[in-house]
Write a protein that binds this ligand. Structure first.
Ligand SMILES: NC(=O)C1=CN([C@@H]2O[C@H](COP(=O)(O)OP(=O)(O)OC[C@H]3O[C@@H](n4cnc5c(N)ncnc54)[C@H](O)[C@@H]3O)[C@@H](O)[C@H]2O)[C@@H](O)CC1
Ligand SMILES: Nc1ncnc2c1ncn2[C@@H]1O[C@H](COP(=O)(O)OP(=O)(O)O)[C@@H](O)[C@H]1O
Ligand SMILES: [K+]
Length: 476
């Protein structure tokens, strides 16, 4: 698992650790990591030209000390001090002692134009709001110079706790972060500005509390997924029921079933008007028309993809929500469900909106959901007492309890923004629910496999390609 902690958790851990260590040790650990990554990016340090953009806090201090380390190895290092009177005194002295120099912003143009590498030490976890105009101007000059940008702890201007970006922010090639990941490094829009992430261990380990955000890694997913054993039969492995598609949208039925049959359940029941299309593609499906409760026993339901908004569709959603097994609601189901029906449930409910659907449920503009994905997914999970999977670039999964870390999906590709890929995801997640995975595990493992399958599929990909590639994404 990869973990991210809030600014407050990092500060508490740093305080606890600093009380046991001599002054300055943590900053030296940070600077050593930063200099090592800078050297890697440069390839050859001796004779290279490095600019340190140094703000007024410890983030600038880290960058100045890293600059000093590279200067000792023969780099020409110029610090640009954004607030010369408040620059980190000891860091600046170390840089000068190593042969580096410092200038004000008025003299920054020439060194920036010739730089191979620029450290963004403008602000770190103490930052508030976007880049101020002077810093934004400096960064434009840096991009024009095509220098490599290494952000110190996080790209300046992004919100460390939420991934929100209010105004201008640094666009980094690499971000070297200290002690633990910050939520903003893993969640868009900020994550898209961080470039490659490098975590430097500064010893916070045991002092860090519960993470705010976590990302499954391959081994985590492997440990969660169902595996049939000698005693298994198709019913014990779990049966998933899919209520999807309509005369108008039979394709959604095929796609949801295609995800479900590759999700580890022992059998898939399909209920609805798309049975002929489903059977043509997936003859192993148990197909019925009529109402869901007449279809036979299932261990989880998926309801909504391509369902339309007929009276029968509404009744089907109500019926499924009234059941005592886990239910995943997607697409049209999200419009047809009532909040009271979700809140009244005893078994788990998983909602899988994209940003537009989440916006409608929350009564916020779509742009607000995309700008504040973490807040939106938590708000929905709280309001519905449900596990919520918010789709899009950096898919998030929140549990009904605010104490649980939000999961951010580390796989995926923007090629997934193609019609019907969400239907495959809902079928897959429903299948994992039927195989008895807890709701957050089913949703986050499904997002992981779906995103990995998409990466393994040559672009431009179709939704059905993703479903077909799922077995290659399944960890051995
Ligand atoms: N506390 C520690 O022991 C350690 C801290 N470390 C570094 O220290 C950083 C945190 O340092 P600080 O708490 O001093 O805070 P920062 O250096 O992140 O920033 C605080 C300063 O920036 C100013 N500021 C805030 N928002 C701004 C904006 N939008 N534009 C321009 N200036 C802005 C504030 O007025 C304040 O002076 C971490 O991100 C990390 O880089 C590391 O050295 C590891 C150890
Ligand atoms: N920009 C993006 N980057 C990565 N993944 C994306 C992006 N946009 C959409 N996706 C993914 O593509 C899928 C689309 O699902 P959805 O919006 O429900 O489409 P549909 O209803 O057509 O199936 C989701 O898994 C979502 O996370
Ligand atoms: K920074």
């Amino acid at each position: 698992m990869r973990y991210a902690h809030t600014v407050q958790a990092v500060r508490d851990a740093e305080d606890a650790l600093m009380a046991r260590l001599p002054e300055g040790v943590l900053m030296q650990r940070a600077a050593a990591g930063l200099a090592a990554v800078g050297a890697e990016v440069l390839g050859r340090v001796y004779g290279s030209r490095v600019v340190v953009l140094a703000g007024s806090g410890s983030n600038g201090g880290d960058a100045l000390y890293a600059g000093a380390r590279l200067a000792r190895r023969g780099a020409a290092v110029t610090a640009v001090l954004l607030s010369p009177e408040r620059a980190h005194t000891a860091g600046l002295a170390a840089l000068r002692a190593a042969g580096g120099r410092a200038v004000g912003t008025e003299d920054a143009a020439a060194p920036i134009a010739r730089a191979h590498l620029v450290y963004d030490g403008i602000v770190g976890i103490g930052g508030k709001g976007g880049l101020r105009p002077q810093a934004a101007d400096l960064m434009r000059a840096v991009y024009d110079a095509r220098a490599a940008v290494v952000a110190v702890d996080l790209p300046s201007g992004v919100d460390a706790d939420t991934g929100e970006v209010a105004g201008d922010a640094v666009r980094a090639d690499v971000t070297v972060t200290f002690g633990t990941y910050k939520p903003g490094l893993l969640i868009d829009p900020a994550a898209g500005l961080a470039g490659a992430l490098r975590l430097i261990d500064i010893g916070l380990g045991d002092d860090l509390g519960v993470p705010a955000v976590e990302a499954l890694q391959n081994a985590d997913v492997a440990a969660m997924l169902p595996r049939p054993g000698g005693e298994s039969d198709k019913y014990r492995r779990g049966v998933v029921g899919i209520v999807a598609g309509s005369d108008r949208y039979p394709g959604a039925a095929v796609l949801a079933v295609s995800g479900a049959i590759r999700g580890g359940a022992g059998a898939v029941r399909y209920v609805g008007g798309g049975g002929a299309a489903v059977l043509a593609r997936h003859p192993e499906t148990l197909v019925s028309t009529g109402s869901p409760h007449a279809a036979g026993r299932v261990q989880a339901w998926v309801v909504g993809p391509g369902l339309g908004d007929s009276a029968a569709a509404r009744t089907a959603v109500e019926e499924v929500l009234a059941s005592d097994v886990p239910v995943l609601v997607d697409a049209d189901g999200l419009r047809l469900m009532s909040r009271d029906a979700v809140l009244a449930r005893n078994a788990a409910t998983v909602l899988t909106p994209h940003a537009g659907e989440a916006a409608a449920l929350l009564g916020r503009p779509r742009e607000a959901v995309e700008a504040s994905r973490l807040d939106a997914v938590r708000a929905l999970a709280g309001a519905y007492g449900a596990t919520v999977l918010l789709k899009g670039s950096t898919t998030l999964v929140a549990s009904p309890s605010a104490l649980e870390p939000v999961r951010v999906n580390p796989t995926g590709t923007a090629w997934l923004a193609t019609a019907g890929s969400g239907d495959v995801l809902s079928g897959l997640a429903g299948s994992l629910l039927a195989a008895a995975l807890p709701a957050a595990d089913a949703a986050s493992a499904a997002a992981y496999l779906h995103g990995l399958a998409a990466r393994l599929t040559p672009p431009p990909l179709t939704a059905l390609d993703v479903a077909t590639t799922l077995p290659s994404a399944w960890p051995l």
